[in-house]
Design a binder for this molecule. Structure first.
Ligand code: FES
Ligand SMILES: [Fe+2]
Length: 380
Protein backbone atom coordinates (compact mmCIF):
# COMPACT_ATOMS: atom_id res chain seq x y z
CA UNK A 1 0.00 0.00 0.00
CA UNK A 2 1.43 3.30 -1.07
CA UNK A 3 1.71 6.58 0.76
CA UNK A 4 1.57 9.92 -1.01
CA UNK A 5 -1.45 9.02 -3.13
CA UNK A 6 -5.00 10.33 -3.24
CA UNK A 7 -7.62 7.79 -2.13
CA UNK A 8 -11.40 7.85 -2.04
CA UNK A 9 -12.33 7.70 1.64
CA UNK A 10 -16.11 8.09 1.54
CA UNK A 11 -19.13 9.23 -0.42
CA UNK A 12 -19.29 13.00 0.09
CA UNK A 13 -22.96 12.78 1.08
CA UNK A 14 -22.06 10.55 4.04
CA UNK A 15 -19.56 13.00 5.54
CA UNK A 16 -21.39 15.35 7.89
CA UNK A 17 -20.92 17.12 11.20
CA UNK A 18 -21.13 13.67 12.81
CA UNK A 19 -17.60 12.21 12.91
CA UNK A 20 -17.28 9.13 10.74
CA UNK A 21 -14.67 6.39 11.18
CA UNK A 22 -12.88 5.14 8.08
CA UNK A 23 -10.43 2.25 7.93
CA UNK A 24 -8.04 2.37 4.99
CA UNK A 25 -4.40 1.42 4.35
CA UNK A 26 -4.52 -0.32 7.71
CA UNK A 27 -5.14 3.03 9.42
CA UNK A 28 -8.02 4.30 11.51
CA UNK A 29 -9.07 7.75 10.35
CA UNK A 30 -11.92 10.10 11.16
CA UNK A 31 -13.66 12.34 8.63
CA UNK A 32 -16.05 15.15 9.46
CA UNK A 33 -17.29 18.54 8.27
CA UNK A 34 -16.78 21.80 10.11
CA UNK A 35 -19.51 24.39 10.46
CA UNK A 36 -18.61 25.91 7.06
CA UNK A 37 -19.18 22.49 5.45
CA UNK A 38 -15.49 21.88 4.75
CA UNK A 39 -14.47 18.24 5.07
CA UNK A 40 -11.46 17.19 7.16
CA UNK A 41 -9.61 13.94 7.76
CA UNK A 42 -7.52 13.22 10.85
CA UNK A 43 -5.90 10.18 12.39
CA UNK A 44 -8.61 8.65 14.61
CA UNK A 45 -6.28 8.03 17.55
CA UNK A 46 -6.30 10.67 20.28
CA UNK A 47 -2.75 11.25 21.50
CA UNK A 48 -3.86 11.63 25.11
CA UNK A 49 -4.98 8.09 25.98
CA UNK A 50 -5.87 6.61 22.62
CA UNK A 51 -9.54 7.59 22.46
CA UNK A 52 -11.26 6.92 19.14
CA UNK A 53 -12.24 10.33 17.82
CA UNK A 54 -14.94 9.03 15.48
CA UNK A 55 -16.87 8.01 18.59
CA UNK A 56 -16.84 11.60 19.84
CA UNK A 57 -18.67 14.55 18.35
CA UNK A 58 -18.07 17.68 16.33
CA UNK A 59 -18.25 20.84 18.42
CA UNK A 60 -17.70 24.30 16.93
CA UNK A 61 -15.94 22.81 13.91
CA UNK A 62 -13.57 20.68 16.00
CA UNK A 63 -13.74 16.99 16.77
CA UNK A 64 -14.09 16.29 20.48
CA UNK A 65 -12.59 13.10 21.92
CA UNK A 66 -15.21 11.06 23.79
CA UNK A 67 -12.77 10.17 26.62
CA UNK A 68 -11.65 13.48 28.23
CA UNK A 69 -13.03 16.01 25.79
CA UNK A 70 -9.85 17.27 24.11
CA UNK A 71 -10.79 19.08 20.93
CA UNK A 72 -8.84 18.97 17.66
CA UNK A 73 -9.37 21.34 14.76
CA UNK A 74 -9.27 20.39 11.09
CA UNK A 75 -5.51 20.95 11.00
CA UNK A 76 -5.10 18.38 13.79
CA UNK A 77 -4.11 20.91 16.46
CA UNK A 78 -5.54 20.49 19.95
CA UNK A 79 -7.47 23.66 20.79
CA UNK A 80 -8.99 22.71 24.15
CA UNK A 81 -8.06 20.48 27.11
CA UNK A 82 -11.03 20.83 29.48
CA UNK A 83 -9.25 19.44 32.56
CA UNK A 84 -6.67 22.27 32.37
CA UNK A 85 -9.26 25.04 32.28
CA UNK A 86 -9.92 27.67 29.62
CA UNK A 87 -6.60 29.54 29.94
CA UNK A 88 -4.34 26.52 29.71
CA UNK A 89 -1.28 26.47 27.52
CA UNK A 90 -1.75 23.57 25.11
CA UNK A 91 1.40 21.42 24.83
CA UNK A 92 2.99 21.47 21.36
CA UNK A 93 2.76 17.68 21.07
CA UNK A 94 -1.01 17.81 21.57
CA UNK A 95 -1.64 17.42 17.84
CA UNK A 96 -2.57 14.64 15.51
CA UNK A 97 -1.96 14.04 11.82
CA UNK A 98 -4.34 15.83 9.47
CA UNK A 99 -4.50 14.85 5.81
CA UNK A 100 -5.35 17.01 2.80
CA UNK A 101 -8.94 16.52 1.59
CA UNK A 102 -10.53 17.24 -1.79
CA UNK A 103 -14.15 16.76 -2.72
CA UNK A 104 -14.63 15.64 -6.32
CA UNK A 105 -17.05 13.47 -8.33
CA UNK A 106 -19.24 13.02 -5.23
CA UNK A 107 -16.40 11.51 -3.21
CA UNK A 108 -14.16 12.66 -0.38
CA UNK A 109 -10.57 12.09 -1.52
CA UNK A 110 -7.81 12.04 1.09
CA UNK A 111 -4.10 12.45 0.45
CA UNK A 112 -2.35 9.97 2.72
CA UNK A 113 1.24 11.10 2.89
CA UNK A 114 3.54 13.91 3.91
CA UNK A 115 4.30 15.53 0.54
CA UNK A 116 3.92 19.31 0.71
CA UNK A 117 1.32 20.84 -1.58
CA UNK A 118 3.76 21.71 -4.38
CA UNK A 119 4.91 18.09 -4.61
CA UNK A 120 1.50 16.41 -4.48
CA UNK A 121 0.19 14.76 -7.63
CA UNK A 122 -2.81 16.56 -9.10
CA UNK A 123 -6.29 15.20 -8.50
CA UNK A 124 -7.77 13.10 -11.31
CA UNK A 125 -9.46 15.09 -14.04
CA UNK A 126 -11.13 12.39 -16.13
CA UNK A 127 -14.85 12.64 -15.44
CA UNK A 128 -16.21 15.79 -17.12
CA UNK A 129 -19.64 14.18 -17.64
CA UNK A 130 -20.20 13.95 -13.87
CA UNK A 131 -19.02 17.52 -13.31
CA UNK A 132 -21.46 18.80 -15.95
CA UNK A 133 -24.28 16.78 -14.34
CA UNK A 134 -23.39 18.08 -10.85
CA UNK A 135 -23.58 21.67 -12.11
CA UNK A 136 -26.93 20.94 -13.77
CA UNK A 137 -25.43 21.62 -17.21
CA UNK A 138 -26.56 18.38 -18.85
CA UNK A 139 -29.45 15.96 -18.73
CA UNK A 140 -27.73 13.59 -21.12
CA UNK A 141 -26.41 11.39 -18.35
CA UNK A 142 -27.73 9.29 -15.49
CA UNK A 143 -25.45 8.07 -12.73
CA UNK A 144 -25.54 5.39 -10.06
CA UNK A 145 -22.95 4.93 -7.35
CA UNK A 146 -21.98 2.60 -4.54
CA UNK A 147 -19.10 0.53 -3.26
CA UNK A 148 -17.99 -3.08 -3.23
CA UNK A 149 -15.32 -4.94 -1.24
CA UNK A 150 -12.91 -7.35 -2.90
CA UNK A 151 -11.21 -9.77 -0.54
CA UNK A 152 -7.96 -9.25 -2.39
CA UNK A 153 -4.93 -7.03 -2.61
CA UNK A 154 -5.48 -3.62 -4.21
CA UNK A 155 -2.86 -4.08 -6.97
CA UNK A 156 -4.47 -7.39 -7.93
CA UNK A 157 -7.83 -5.58 -8.02
CA UNK A 158 -6.56 -2.75 -10.25
CA UNK A 159 -4.86 -5.20 -12.59
CA UNK A 160 -8.22 -6.94 -12.91
CA UNK A 161 -9.97 -3.65 -13.63
CA UNK A 162 -7.56 -2.94 -16.51
CA UNK A 163 -7.54 -6.49 -17.92
CA UNK A 164 -8.87 -6.60 -21.48
CA UNK A 165 -9.04 -10.39 -21.85
CA UNK A 166 -10.79 -11.67 -18.71
CA UNK A 167 -14.24 -10.44 -19.74
CA UNK A 168 -14.68 -13.37 -22.13
CA UNK A 169 -14.51 -15.82 -19.27
CA UNK A 170 -15.59 -13.82 -16.24
CA UNK A 171 -18.32 -11.43 -17.39
CA UNK A 172 -21.32 -13.11 -18.91
CA UNK A 173 -22.78 -9.80 -20.10
CA UNK A 174 -19.62 -8.44 -21.79
CA UNK A 175 -17.96 -11.39 -23.44
CA UNK A 176 -18.27 -14.99 -24.46
CA UNK A 177 -15.65 -17.73 -24.28
CA UNK A 178 -16.78 -18.66 -27.82
CA UNK A 179 -15.03 -15.59 -29.24
CA UNK A 180 -12.13 -14.93 -26.86
CA UNK A 181 -9.53 -13.43 -29.20
CA UNK A 182 -8.73 -9.94 -27.99
CA UNK A 183 -7.71 -7.01 -30.15
CA UNK A 184 -4.21 -5.58 -29.84
CA UNK A 185 -3.89 -2.31 -28.04
CA UNK A 186 -1.29 0.36 -27.46
CA UNK A 187 -0.59 2.10 -24.21
CA UNK A 188 -0.65 5.82 -23.67
CA UNK A 189 1.40 6.57 -20.57
CA UNK A 190 2.35 9.72 -18.71
CA UNK A 191 3.17 10.62 -15.11
CA UNK A 192 -0.39 10.02 -13.94
CA UNK A 193 -2.08 7.73 -16.44
CA UNK A 194 -1.84 4.39 -18.20
CA UNK A 195 -4.50 4.25 -20.91
CA UNK A 196 -5.47 1.72 -23.58
CA UNK A 197 -8.23 1.25 -26.14
CA UNK A 198 -9.33 -2.21 -27.24
CA UNK A 199 -12.22 -3.63 -29.25
CA UNK A 200 -14.34 -6.50 -27.98
CA UNK A 201 -16.75 -8.77 -29.84
CA UNK A 202 -20.29 -7.78 -28.89
CA UNK A 203 -22.39 -10.27 -26.98
CA UNK A 204 -26.10 -10.69 -26.50
CA UNK A 205 -27.28 -8.40 -23.72
CA UNK A 206 -29.68 -9.71 -21.13
CA UNK A 207 -32.69 -8.15 -19.45
CA UNK A 208 -33.74 -4.59 -20.10
CA UNK A 209 -30.64 -3.57 -22.06
CA UNK A 210 -31.32 -6.27 -24.69
CA UNK A 211 -34.21 -4.10 -25.94
CA UNK A 212 -31.88 -1.33 -27.11
CA UNK A 213 -28.50 -2.97 -27.42
CA UNK A 214 -29.05 -5.86 -29.80
CA UNK A 215 -26.35 -8.03 -31.34
CA UNK A 216 -26.32 -6.12 -34.59
CA UNK A 217 -23.55 -3.68 -33.69
CA UNK A 218 -19.87 -2.99 -34.23
CA UNK A 219 -17.10 -4.26 -31.95
CA UNK A 220 -17.33 -2.57 -28.58
CA UNK A 221 -14.72 0.16 -28.22
CA UNK A 222 -13.41 -0.13 -24.68
CA UNK A 223 -11.15 2.52 -23.18
CA UNK A 224 -9.39 1.82 -19.89
CA UNK A 225 -7.62 4.62 -18.06
CA UNK A 226 -5.74 4.03 -14.81
CA UNK A 227 -4.79 7.01 -12.67
CA UNK A 228 -1.67 5.91 -10.77
CA UNK A 229 -1.22 8.47 -7.96
CA UNK A 230 -4.97 8.52 -7.25
CA UNK A 231 -5.51 4.77 -7.65
CA UNK A 232 -8.64 4.66 -9.77
CA UNK A 233 -9.88 3.58 -13.19
CA UNK A 234 -12.17 5.08 -15.79
CA UNK A 235 -13.61 2.53 -18.21
CA UNK A 236 -15.64 3.57 -21.24
CA UNK A 237 -17.71 1.04 -23.16
CA UNK A 238 -19.20 2.20 -26.44
CA UNK A 239 -21.93 -0.40 -26.48
CA UNK A 240 -23.89 0.59 -29.55
CA UNK A 241 -22.98 4.13 -30.57
CA UNK A 242 -24.30 6.61 -29.59
CA UNK A 243 -25.19 4.52 -26.51
CA UNK A 244 -22.29 4.18 -24.15
CA UNK A 245 -21.47 3.93 -20.47
CA UNK A 246 -18.50 4.72 -18.29
CA UNK A 247 -17.60 3.37 -14.87
CA UNK A 248 -15.20 5.40 -12.73
CA UNK A 249 -13.90 3.51 -9.71
CA UNK A 250 -11.60 4.52 -6.86
CA UNK A 251 -9.63 1.56 -5.49
CA UNK A 252 -8.91 2.06 -1.80
CA UNK A 253 -6.94 -0.58 0.08
CA UNK A 254 -8.60 -1.33 3.42
CA UNK A 255 -5.52 -3.39 4.29
CA UNK A 256 -3.20 -5.62 2.25
CA UNK A 257 -5.92 -8.22 1.65
CA UNK A 258 -9.09 -6.17 1.16
CA UNK A 259 -9.90 -3.44 -1.31
CA UNK A 260 -12.95 -1.20 -1.37
CA UNK A 261 -13.99 -0.11 -4.84
CA UNK A 262 -16.01 3.11 -4.96
CA UNK A 263 -17.89 3.22 -8.22
CA UNK A 264 -19.89 5.76 -10.18
CA UNK A 265 -21.46 4.51 -13.41
CA UNK A 266 -22.79 6.93 -16.04
CA UNK A 267 -24.99 5.98 -19.01
CA UNK A 268 -26.53 8.01 -21.79
CA UNK A 269 -29.46 5.62 -22.35
CA UNK A 270 -32.27 4.49 -20.04
CA UNK A 271 -31.61 7.75 -18.18
CA UNK A 272 -34.94 7.81 -16.33
CA UNK A 273 -34.30 7.27 -12.60
CA UNK A 274 -36.65 4.29 -12.72
CA UNK A 275 -33.81 2.41 -14.46
CA UNK A 276 -31.23 3.20 -11.76
CA UNK A 277 -31.82 0.05 -9.72
CA UNK A 278 -31.25 -2.13 -12.79
CA UNK A 279 -28.03 -0.23 -13.65
CA UNK A 280 -26.67 -0.52 -10.13
CA UNK A 281 -27.47 -4.23 -10.08
CA UNK A 282 -25.54 -4.67 -13.34
CA UNK A 283 -22.44 -2.89 -12.00
CA UNK A 284 -22.53 -4.95 -8.80
CA UNK A 285 -22.92 -8.13 -10.85
CA UNK A 286 -19.69 -7.26 -12.69
CA UNK A 287 -17.82 -6.84 -9.39
CA UNK A 288 -19.36 -10.04 -8.00
CA UNK A 289 -18.21 -11.92 -11.08
CA UNK A 290 -14.69 -10.50 -10.69
CA UNK A 291 -14.65 -11.33 -6.97
CA UNK A 292 -15.38 -15.01 -7.65
CA UNK A 293 -11.99 -15.13 -9.36
CA UNK A 294 -9.75 -12.46 -7.88
CA UNK A 295 -10.62 -13.16 -4.24
CA UNK A 296 -8.85 -16.50 -4.74
CA UNK A 297 -5.73 -15.77 -6.76
CA UNK A 298 -2.32 -16.70 -5.34
CA UNK A 299 -0.09 -15.42 -4.09
CA UNK A 300 -2.44 -12.95 -2.48
CA UNK A 301 0.07 -10.18 -3.06
CA UNK A 302 1.63 -9.44 -6.41
CA UNK A 303 4.83 -11.54 -6.59
CA UNK A 304 8.22 -9.83 -6.26
CA UNK A 305 9.39 -10.02 -9.88
CA UNK A 306 7.65 -10.04 -13.26
CA UNK A 307 9.05 -13.47 -14.13
CA UNK A 308 7.21 -15.05 -11.19
CA UNK A 309 4.10 -15.05 -13.40
CA UNK A 310 3.83 -15.54 -17.16
CA UNK A 311 2.56 -12.28 -18.62
CA UNK A 312 1.47 -12.01 -22.25
CA UNK A 313 1.47 -8.99 -24.55
CA UNK A 314 -2.23 -8.56 -23.73
CA UNK A 315 -1.42 -8.19 -20.04
CA UNK A 316 0.77 -5.16 -20.57
CA UNK A 317 -1.70 -2.62 -19.17
CA UNK A 318 -1.79 -4.23 -15.71
CA UNK A 319 1.92 -5.02 -15.85
CA UNK A 320 2.70 -1.37 -16.48
CA UNK A 321 0.77 -0.48 -13.32
CA UNK A 322 2.60 -3.20 -11.40
CA UNK A 323 5.92 -1.71 -12.51
CA UNK A 324 4.84 1.72 -11.29
CA UNK A 325 3.89 0.30 -7.87
CA UNK A 326 7.31 -1.35 -7.64
CA UNK A 327 8.94 1.97 -8.56
CA UNK A 328 7.11 3.62 -5.66
CA UNK A 329 8.22 0.86 -3.29
CA UNK A 330 11.79 1.51 -4.37
CA UNK A 331 11.56 5.13 -3.28
CA UNK A 332 10.27 4.13 0.13
CA UNK A 333 6.56 4.83 -0.30
CA UNK A 334 5.17 1.37 0.54
CA UNK A 335 3.76 0.80 4.00
CA UNK A 336 5.10 -2.27 5.76
CA UNK A 337 2.02 -3.33 7.69
CA UNK A 338 3.65 -6.54 8.93
CA UNK A 339 6.35 -4.52 10.68
CA UNK A 340 3.59 -2.42 12.24
CA UNK A 341 1.74 -5.54 13.43
CA UNK A 342 4.91 -6.93 15.01
CA UNK A 343 4.79 -3.99 17.37
CA UNK A 344 1.18 -4.45 18.27
CA UNK A 345 1.35 -2.40 21.42
CA UNK A 346 2.25 0.61 19.28
CA UNK A 347 0.00 2.73 17.12
CA UNK A 348 1.81 4.12 14.10
CA UNK A 349 0.42 6.61 11.62
CA UNK A 350 0.98 7.65 8.03
CA UNK A 351 2.98 10.89 8.31
CA UNK A 352 0.98 13.95 7.27
CA UNK A 353 2.30 17.06 5.48
CA UNK A 354 2.73 18.91 8.81
CA UNK A 355 5.49 16.44 9.68
CA UNK A 356 7.40 17.31 6.52
CA UNK A 357 8.51 20.71 7.80
CA UNK A 358 8.31 19.88 11.49
CA UNK A 359 9.22 16.23 12.09
CA UNK A 360 9.65 16.62 15.86
CA UNK A 361 7.10 16.98 18.62
CA UNK A 362 4.73 14.23 17.54
CA UNK A 363 3.43 11.64 19.97
CA UNK A 364 2.91 8.76 17.53
CA UNK A 365 5.66 7.30 15.35
CA UNK A 366 5.33 7.14 11.58
CA UNK A 367 4.33 3.80 10.10
CA UNK A 368 7.16 1.50 8.94
CA UNK A 369 7.90 1.45 5.23
CA UNK A 370 9.27 -1.32 3.06
CA UNK A 371 12.98 -0.82 2.55
CA UNK A 372 14.07 0.18 -0.94
CA UNK A 373 16.06 -2.54 -2.76
CA UNK A 374 19.39 -0.71 -2.39
CA UNK A 375 19.04 -0.73 1.40
CA UNK A 376 17.83 -4.35 1.44
CA UNK A 377 20.85 -5.46 -0.57
CA UNK A 378 23.22 -3.47 1.62
CA UNK A 379 21.80 -5.21 4.68
CA UNK A 380 22.23 -8.71 3.21
S1 FES B 1 -8.09 10.01 25.26
FE1 FES B 1 -8.76 11.64 24.09
S2 FES B 1 -9.07 13.23 25.53
FE2 FES B 1 -8.24 11.63 26.68
FE1 LIG C 1 -13.86 -7.56 -14.54
Amino acid sequence: MLMNCWYVAADAIDVTTEPKGVHMLGQDLVVFRDSAGKAHCLSDVCVHRGGSLCRGKVVEGTVECPYHGWRFDGAGNCVAIPSLGPDATIPKRARIDSYPVEEKYGWIWVFLGDAPEAERPPMPDYFPEYEAYEKGETDEWAFVRGNFIFECNWVRAIENGSDHTHAYFVHTDFGSPDSPVASDYDLDIDEAKIESVGYATPTKKRGLWAEKIDENRPDVRTMVHINKPAPSIRIEMHLKPPMWQMIVSGYTPIDENRTRVWFCQGRNFFTDPKYDADSRRRVLLVFQEDAKVIDHIRPAMVPPTLSDELALENDKHGIEFRKWVKSQEEIGRAIDLKAAEDEDEMVTVIPSPARHDDPKNWVLDPVATKKPRILREAAE
